[in-house]
Design a protein around this ligand. Structure first.
Ligand code: ADP
Ligand code: SF4
Ligand code: MG
Length: 359
């Protein structure tokens, strides 16, 4: 089974509806990513000779249905940001399809479109960025920042935009009069609320949130996550939620996709994935979550052993084999395919059926 079939079938298993065909989306699917690849050239020397490629995203496929949250997790460098940026076409993919259902219900392939063709569709999909400090222009007022997507899409008069910004600020838990201020006046959590308000300005249906709480204090993380979940319910939003932290996605996702070195290694609903991971890498990520006692003291934390493989020079066979405690000979030579191991749960591991990795 291909990654695409597996992720789509996993999504079907989660939401309980019939599987869709590969190049046509069923009516509930907002986004279908097919075999997405993004390779960066490695250039050396004065003449900038091409000496290789970084396979940042290497054949990633998944589907997101209307109103659901699909999470992308994995350690730093596994290709989460590159995947997100390709989807919103902040960068062009090397190959693959990004099938997107427009506000009018038409299905288009964002990967094959020019920036000019994409511009009128932009209001439908927006991004929330990881760093609320660098992602807000310090020289723009909050009004200018939040209303920018409206201005770009030529939506509303100045006074209509002011009303909209006031409404958005209230929705994200801030005061309307803050719109006259500059970003430096706000804390990290407040800035991320402003980033969310900006993403919501043009009434998108799909939000791609790249580690939206990772830069925030733990206490503030929960508030911003709760806000995002409330907004999803109120506005019927669809989320692609990116995080390096499995504990963050556990509560909020309908489907979790685990990536390692540009590839999908496990897909499943969070409850199953946490209780009974099928891929040793997922198990290692779960084991690395801090275990705390009642007074908040960290008791143990098992960091996965070894270095993360480089996407510029990945190992042979299973990319995880140099770090995997269960590796056998075949793992060094043969790349494992993503397969359904238990209903709705998929893993790319030669030993997934025989290993008991329950937590
Ligand atoms: N513009 C770029 N040029 C070359 N390599 C890049 C570029 N952007 C990202 N990479 C590499 O691609 C891989 C994936 O990066 P990224 O998508 O940022 O991962 P993540 O968000 O999961 O931390 C990393 O090895 C990173 O160094
Ligand atoms: S294929 Fe082999 S090396 Fe890779 S995760 Fe499975 S057991 Fe480990
Ligand atoms: Mg990133």
């Amino acid at each position: 089974m291909t990654t695409l079939e597996a992720t789509r079938a996993a999504a079907d298993a989660t939401s309980g509806s019939a599987p869709g065909a590969s190049s046509t989306l069923d009516e509930n699917t907002v986004l279908q990513v097919n075999h997405l690849k993004k390779y960066f050239p490695i250039e050396r020397g004065f003449l900038r000779r091409n000496v290789g490629v970084v396979r940042a995203v290497d054949d990633v496929s998944f589907a997101i249905r209307q109103g659901e949250t699909v999470s992308l997790v994995g350690e730093s460098g596994c290709g989460k940001t590159t995947t997100s940026r390709c989807i919103v076409r902040a960068m062009s993919p090397t190959s693959g399809e990004i099938l997107y259902r427009t506000d009018e219900g038409k299905v288009v392939d964002l990967a094959a479109m020019s920036m000019e063709e994409i511009r009128p569709l932009r209001r439908g999909f927006q991004m929330v960025f990881q760093d609320p400090f660098s992602s807000l222009n310090p020289r723009m007022t909050i009004y200018e920042i939040i209303s920018e997507p409206l201005k770009v899409s030529n939506i509303g008069t100045r006074s209509e935009r002011e009303d909209r910004v006031a409404d958005l600020l209230r929705r994200v838990g801030l005061r309307a009069e803050y719109m006259q201020r500059f970003p430096h006046a706000f804390s990290g959590g407040q800035r991320q609320r402003i980033g969310i308000a900006r993403a919501l300005a043009a009434s998108p249906r799909l939000i791609v949130a790249d580690e939206p709480v990772s830069a925030l204090d733990v206490s503030v993380q929960a508030q911003v996550l709760n806000l995002m979940m409330d907004l999803q319910d109120e506005l019927g939003l669809t989320y692609l939620f990116v995080s390096h932290d499995l504990s963050v996605v556990n509560q909020i996702s309908s489907l979790v996709i685990v990536m390692y070195v540009g590839r999908v290694v496990e897909v499943g609903p969070p409850q199953a994935l946490f209780k009974q991971p099928k891929h040793p890498y997922t198990a290692a990520l779960i084991a690395s979550l801090p275990k705390v006692n009642f007074s908040g003291e960290v008791l143990e934390r098992a960091i996965p052993k070894g270095e993360i493989a480089s996407p510029a020079n990945p190992p042979s066979g299973c990319y995880f084999h140099p770090r995997c405690p269960f590796a056998i000979d075949v793992c060094k030579n043969v790349t494992p395919e993503l397969e359904e191991i238990s209903p709705g749960q998929y893993a790319a591991c030669h030993r997934a059926r025989e290993l008991d990795l329950s937590t």
